[in-house]
Write a protein that binds this ligand. Structure first.
Ligand SMILES: [Zn+2]
Length: 376
């Protein structure tokens, strides 16, 4: 049995880490194509642009909201036309995925600058492609991981806390999915077994979110980068990225993909849907009640969804849940890495049990956090 572990080339994190962008780009080339979400384009890039311009010629382009095949094609054309030697993505997960895909298509190194800690996309070689109206289409595995990942924790601290919380939802899944792959001899993103390194990082990811998650959320609400926030940003971005990619995915991400079939969840972040996928996976895999208790209490304290109503799916029909379940267990979905029987009706049952447990607990869990959920 061969295991493969995947890493980004370099991971730079801390206060004012964005000031390193020019220096990192200078190592990689002299013509830099930057793809930015609207907010970083207007607010985060201008202060560091002089440093970037010292690293060579720069062309910036606004990202078109959704990581679609059409958008990747458009941006690749612009990068070629500019004669780019590097591609940088600055923004949320979709912007970063698009930058990674453009760099792969044009054959260039890529620098990734997440401006929110809401997903584990930055360090990975995976690019999730959506349809123009936001439905999950597929996850492409690119030939290489990002060359540089730059994470400025002051930027993360100033972003709305909901992003950090969503990132913790995504990070929460990492250990459960990697552990399922280990038990079920599931394959990681490289198609190989996960290494003990990946499993240990996935465990550290879970423990960091469990032990420092609420403190980090509080810091983020105050707009400050405390040590707890630094830890959680690293867990959401580096540990979760290494853990899922090298440890393997399981039910939680497939249930996320299934949920995207329902238009009502479109306003939710990736990690919020993944977190509910973790809760459903606890029932799918018959997790011990002490663990169910721990994970629900954690989700409630952080403000992650624990009921259909939290997901915007109050009154969801059995037929709709079956659509979610069927999409979740489509051929090729990572849910087949779980060491248990998988079928649409079993997934539908796990979803309903997860919601029932969330509703059963609401009065008790509501006391865990003054503003129980940013979703309400
Ligand atoms: Zn994820």
């Amino acid at each position: 049995m061969i295991s493969t572990t995947l890493f980004p080339g370099r991971y730079v994190q801390g206060r004012s880490a964005l000031s390193r962008l020019g220096g990192e780009l200078a190592r990689l080339g002299t013509r830099h194509f930057l793809i930015c979400s609207p907010h970083p384009l207007e607010h985060l890039l201008p202060p560091v642009l002089p440093g970037v311009e010292q690293a060579g010629a720069v062309r910036t382009e606004r990202f078109g909201r959704e990581c679609t095949d059409q958008e990747i094609e458009r941006l690749s054309g612009l990068a070629r036309e500019f004669g780019a030697q590097t591609v940088t993505g600055m923004g949320g997960g979709k912007t970063l995925d698009a930058a990674k895909a453009v760099a792969a298509r044009v054959g260039l190194p890529v620098v990734v600058v997440p401006t929110i800690a809401s997903t584990d996309a930055p360090c990975s070689s995976v690019c999730v492609v959506y349809s123009p109206d936001g439905v999950f289409l597929r996850a492409d595995v690119l030939p290489r991981n990002p060359d540089v990942v730059i994470v400025d924790t002051e930027v993360m601290a100033r972003a709305p806390a909901r992003f950090l919380v969503a990132g913790m939802g995504d990070a929460l899944a990492t250990w459960f999915e990697a552990d399922s792959c280990r038990k079920g001899r599931g394959r990681n993103i490289a198609g190989d077994a996960g290494s003990m390194t990946a499993l240990a990082l996935a465990r550290l990811c879970y423990e960091t979110v469990r032990n420092f998650g609420l403190s980090a959320r509080t810091a983020c609400e105050a707009g400050v980068a405390t040590p707890a926030l630094e830890r959680v940003v690293e867990a959401n971005t580096l540990l979760s990225g290494l853990g899922f990619e090298s440890g393997g995915l399981g039910a939680a991400h497939s249930i996320h993909n299934g949920l995207t079939a329902l238009p009502a969840v479109r306003g939710l972040h990736h990690g919020e849907k993944v977190a509910f996928g973790v809760l459903a996976s606890l029932f799918l895999t018959d997790a011990p009640m002490a663990l169910v208790d721990e994970v629900y209490a954690l989700c409630a304290s952080l403000g992650l969804p624990t009921t259909f109503a939290d997901l915007g799916l109050a009154g969801v029909s059995d037929q709709e849940l079956l659509r979610v379940a069927e999409k979740s267990c489509a051929p090729g979905e990572s849910i087949h890495n779980e060491p248990v029987e998988i079928s649409p009706s079993l997934i539908q049952a796990a979803l309903k049990a997860a919601d029932a447990e969330g509703r059963r607990r609401v009065p008790a869990d509501a006391g865990l956090c003054p503003s129980r959920s940013p979703l309400r």
